[in-house]
Each structure stands twice: as C-alpha cells, then as structure tokens.
Design a protein around this ligand. Structure first.
Ligand code: ZN
Ligand code: FE
Length: 239
C-alpha cells in the first residue's frame, strides 16, 4: 500500500491509501473533493472507499461529491450514522474492516468528538488518527471528557512502537512550541523540532510521525495520569 498525502483546506491532510497492484484506493477524511479528484484523475485511481475519522466538516465535506463521481462507499462510526454525510458502512470499536486488499482495525477514540474513530492498518503498521492524536499534540476536547481523551490516547499508545502516525492536520510546529515550553530538557524533542523545521522549510509535510518518537516527545502521551493530562490540555487551550 502506498500513502499519498493530499493537502485540503487550510491545514488539513487527507490520505489516499493506494493498493498498487490494482490502483484501488481509500481516501481518509476528504475535507474537500477538488484536490482529491485532481489526483485520482491524473493517476487513474479507483476511489472505492471513503474513510471518515469523525463528522467535522473539514474531514467529511468531500464525501458527497466523491461518492457521486466515483460511487465510493463511505465508512464511519455506527454512532455517527446521522452526522456523517452519505455513510454506507457502519463500524464499531475493535472491529476489523476488510474490503478488497484493505484491512484496518477500528478503535473508538472519543474525546474530540463522541464518535471519533481511528483506522489502524495493522499489516502496514499505519494508523490514521484524525483529530485524536496529532504529531506532538492531541485534539481539543469538544464533546467528550478529559478521561475519554486520555483513554483514547492510551489505546494508541499500546500499539507497536514502529507504527506510523497519520493525523488530520499540519499542527506540528505550533504543537512543538507547547511541548518545548513545558518539557525543556528533552533532547529528542529538540532533535525532532530541528527535523520538523527543515521539512517545513522545504515545503514538505511533517507527517507521518511514528509512535516511538511521539512517546518520547509528545507531552500529552508522556502524561501518565489523568490529572497531569487534563492540566496540560487546559494549558494548551490557552497557549
Ligand atoms: Zn475535528
Ligand atoms: Fe479537524
């Protein structure tokens, strides 16, 4: 499987997961349709599936147009059946979604929204975390509780350390400033920030990250009790 990163809207990332044996593909979180159609058309991709991590507009606004054009199936959390546009296939926590050569385990990760999910392509060791886990940050808590978000991150933390993290936004640099100001002596974080700045200078995404680096550098993953996590989340909201 090849991952093509497609920029959407201001700072969103959609990910095209391409099976290179037959050019079948899934798109994760199409925040808009135009940049995805452009890539699909010029590369003869069969856009068969639309995977949504949650119902926010910047993750689903491309659903209707893409489904109309390519007759793709929309996959989303069962609890969000009324909020995800054009949803076809309802999935639940811990379920394995399989179609063609695609295989992903679903993790329900509430906190940012009550129906947020992550798609873990375990054979490829890649997880699509939407607005739950960002590189060096985590999503704002809109619908859930601190405890739900803390537990959702815990699920991701327990995956193999070489898992690649594909998140919903390019927020890495802003997040790194927060981590750096509350974790001042972290050498690995400093090294990661140098790499991040170099990528951005060259116009490249800072994504994917990987779980090993996030465990060392992401202050929200380093927090090992709910109280510390909640305090950090509050500080970040006002940072
Ligand atoms: Zn969101
Ligand atoms: Fe978002």
């Amino acid at each position: 499987m090849k991952i093509q990163i497609i920029r959407c809207l201001k700072d969103n990332y959609s990910y095209l997961i391409i099976d290179e044996t037959n050019l079948n593909a899934c798109i994760v979180d199409p925040g808009e349709s135009k940049p995805i159609i452009d890539f699909v058309e010029s590369n003869n991709i069969n856009l068969k599936y639309i995977l949504n991590t949650h119902h926010h507009f910047d993750h689903v606004d491309g659903n209707t147009e893409l489904k109309k054009k390519y007759n793709s199936s929309v996959i989303g959390f069962s609890g969000d059946r009324d909020r995800i546009p054009k949803i076809d296939i309802l999935v639940n926590d811990q379920e394995i979604w399989r179609e063609d050569n695609f295989e992903a385990k679903i993790y329900h990760t509430p906190g940012h929204t009550s129906g947020h999910i992550a798609f873990h392509f375990f054979k490829e060791k890649k997880i699509f975390t939407g607005d739950t886990l960002f590189s060096l940050g985590c999503g704002r808590i809109f619908e859930g509780t601190y405890e739900q978000m803390f537990n959702s991150l815990k699920k991701i933390k327990s995956l193999p350390k070489d898992t690649e993290i594909y998140c919903g936004h390019e927020y890495t640099l802003q997040n790194s400033n927060f981590c750096a100001s509350y974790d001042t002596n972290n050498l690995q974080l400093k090294n990661k920030i140098t790499k991040i700045k170099e990528k951005l200078r060259n116009g490249l995404p800072t994504i994917p990250s990987n779980l090993d680096e996030e465990l060392q550098c992401n202050i929200f993953l380093k927090a090992d009790d709910l109280q510390t996590f909640s305090k950090l989340r509050d500080l970040k909201d006002n940072f």
